[in-house]
Structure formats: structure tokens, C-alpha cells
Design a protein. Structure first.
Length: 378
């Protein structure tokens, strides 16, 4: 017979039961091992996704039953592993909850970037602003689960200071991003972008909870978001052009250029429209909308290391309201940011030349009909 701990030889007892341990020291060691069993190393390497498997179990419990139910035992059962596996991968429950929160933020950010990159014009700050706000809304199963989990974390953070330090950081990156997008999209003169960003993020987050409870529909929430964006932003918006826009643009060109071309003795309505049709490239063109209706267009055509500003027309009914200047300023800001030189030609004697000169365009050459101008990035 041997000792179960040290494998030493046991002496046969004079009477009574056979001994299991050779000494009291081995008996104490055996007791301690039963009371605080060591976490065994896995017999083979764990799958690379085991930590994520456990984290996703935390998300499901938080979304379905609340974070107060996320005990190690419940998490292990939901993940289909033993509690010891959970303890092996995470230093403690707080470490697990923090890791689950950070992984959720990374997942949400990654999916948001993919959706925004898939926008028709991901460089349009208005489109990006609206898409950013929509990321706060439970518009699909993934975002609905994410919002449920974050709501559970918020409730837990009210009574867990250690978790609150992680869940509620001192900085406000989302509000800062929304404020920057409001500024880039062109707010009305009296708008404070930072304060409006605070209101938008808080308000849309609340609307997201209403969607979860079924108190509002997606259409109702969408109309509310559009209402507040219209209150904040200037009345015009740039939309990427489509092939279907060509006739509206051709007709507008004939209207806008008629007076100058007649003054120069060069007006031919059929030719003016056909030249636009022949040179129309939707991928380089935006339509200008005012109040949701077509009001103008502008094109930025790449040509080597410069871009040509072309087909910049605004319906006469909307001229004199600062819309053309605001559109031009938006486009030139992009060009300055990308360090791109802009060229254009304007009809000789056109009042539009003064607009371009005020924006830094200088004369290159001119002939009896056209004036060619260039602006280098500031």
C-alpha cells in the first residue's frame, strides 16, 4: 500500500481501518487540494475563439436576462464550458465583463465602418452624419442585441463604480465625432455644433430605447431624426447624381446659360443641351437639392493632378440666397484638405467670375468666349 499524496509506503495498522496517508502532513495537503483545487491546464490547446465564445455568452445573458444574472456559473453554462475554463481565460468576473464590453464596442465600430463605407457617397458629411446616428438605433438584429447589452451595462454601472469607470469614460468621442460632422455638413449660422451633438446623441439614444419597447416605428424615428437635422443644417444638400438626372441638368444648363450666351451671340438651345448630355458623368457629378427638390448641380472632374469644376448651375429661383457660395465653399474645403488644384472656365462677362475670384481663383487665359481660371490649395 502507498500514500495517496507522496506515494510512500504505508505501514499496516495494528487494528482498525487501513491508513490512506502516511502522515498528518500528507493528510493536510490532501485536504487543501480538495478545498482549493488548482485549475488544471487544458490537455490540448484551447481553440482561438474560446475567449470570444465566453464573451458572446455574456452578451446573450445581458441582452436576455440582465447583467445581474451573468454569474460565472451561468456564463459557463451558456457558453457550454465548465466554470474552470472561464476562470482559466479571465482573471476574474470584472475582467470578463470589461473584456466583453470592449469587444462589443470593437464589433459595433467595425460594422458601423463597413456600413458607412458602403454609402453611395461616403465622403458626404451629411450622409455620414445620418448614418452615424443610425448606428445608435436598433435597426437590425445585431444592433438590437448590442443596444440591449449596453443598456444592461448602463444599469449595472449605476451600482458598480469599477465598471462605471470603464463604461463611462471621461472623454466623449461619439459626441466629438457628431460635432465634427455637423460642422463639415454646413450648419446654420446660429448653430453650436458641440451642444447640438450632445442633444442628438442623447435624443437618438432615447429613441433607440423606444424602438426596443415598440413605442415608435422605424419610420417615425427616421422622420424625427430628419426633422432635427433639417433644423440644424443649411437648407441645401448635395446628392450623388445618377444617369436619370441628365435631362434635368441639361434643361437647367439651357436656362442658366441662356442670357450670357445670347449676349455673346452663341446661344443654341439644342446644342447647349446636347453638349451637357455628351459630357455628363454621374460619378463626378452631384445634384443640389433644396427642400428635397432638384435645384442645381455641380461636377468635379479629375484630370491628372488637378480637378475641373464644371456644370455648376443653380436654379434662378434659388440664386441670391448664398446657396451657390456655400456649395462652392464645401467643395473647395475638400480640395484644400486633399491638396488638390482646381481649374474651371466661366463665360466672359459672367458675374460668376467675381464669385470665383473671391475664393482665390486667378486668371490663366481668356478668349472671346471663355475665361480659364486656377485655384491652388490653401
Amino acid at each position: 500500500m502507498t500514500c495517496k499524496v507522496c506515494r510512500g509506503v504505508l505501514r499496516a495498522p495494528a487494528r482498525g481501518r487501513r491508513p490512506v496517508y502516511c502522515s498528518r502532513a500528507c493528510q493536510a495537503r490532501a485536504y487543501r487540494s480538495r478545498r482549493d483545487p488548482p485549475v488544471p491546464a487544458p490537455a490540448e490547446p484551447e481553440p482561438a475563439g474560446r475567449r470570444r465564445q465566453i464573451v458572446e455568452a455574456v452578451w446573450r445573458i445581458a441582452a436576455g436576462r440582465g447583467l445581474q444574472m451573468a454569474t460565472v456559473r451561468e456564463i459557463a453554462a451558456e457558453a457550454g464550458v465548465s466554470p474552470r475554463v472561464v476562470q482559466y481565460h479571465f482573471a476574474g468576473k470584472h475582467d470578463l465583463l470589461v473584456t466583453a464590453l470592449r469587444m462589443l464596442h470593437r464589433d459595433n465600430e467595425g460594422r458601423a465602418r463597413e456600413r458607412i463605407a458602403a454609402l453611395r457617397d461616403p465622403a458626404d458629411p451629411r450622409a455620414v452624419l445620418r448614418a452615424t446616428l443610425e448606428e445608435l438605433l436598433p435597426l437590425d438584429d445585431q444592433r438590437q442585441t448590442g443596444l440591449r447589452v449596453l443598456t444592461a451595462y448602463y444599469a449595472r454601472s449605476l451600482t458598480d463604480p469599477a465598471l462605471a469607470e470603464v463604461f463611462l469614460p471621461d472623454d466623449s468621442p461619439l459626441e466629438d465625432l457628431v460635432a465634427a460632422l455637423i460642422t463639415a455638413a454646413g450648419p446654420k449660422p446660429s448653430i453650436d455644433a458641440a451642444r447640438e451633438a450632445d442633444l442628438l446623441v442623447g435624443g437618438v439614444s432615447g429613441l433607440g430605447l423606444d424602438l426596443l419597447h415598440g413605442r415608435r416605428t422605424k419610420a417615425e424615428v427616421g422622420r424625427t431624426v430628419d426633422y432635427h437635422l433639417a433644423r440644424i443644417l443649411a437648407e441645401w444638400v448635395l446628392r450623388p447624381a445618377s444617369p436619370d438626372d441628365v435631362e434635368a441638368v441639361a434643361e437647367l444648363r439651357a436656362v442658366v446659360l441662356r442670357a450670357d450666351l445670347e449676349r455673346l451671340g452663341r446661344y443654341d438651345g439644342r446644342r447647349v443641351r446636347q453638349r451637357l448630355r455628351d459630357g455628363f458623368v454621374p460619378g463626378h457629378t452631384w445634384t443640389i437639392e433644396v427642400g428635397g427638390a432638384f435645384a442645381g448641380c455641380v461636377a468635379m472632374r479629375p484630370d491628372g493632378d488637378v480637378v475641373w469644376l464644371e456644370h455648376f448651375y443653380l436654379d434662378p429661383a434659388h440664386q441670391g440666397r448664398g446657396i451657390g457660395s456655400a456649395v462652392l465653399d464645401r467643395l473647395l474645403e475638400r480640395c484644400d484638405r486633399d491638396r488638390v488644384t482646381v481649374r474651371l472656365n466661366v463665360l466672359r462677362g459672367s458675374p460668376a467670375r467675381r464669385l470665383y475670384e473671391r475664393r482665390g481663383f486667378t486668371l490663366d487665359t481668356e478668349d472671346d468666349v471663355d475665361v480659364f481660371m486656377t485655384r491652388r490649395p490653401e
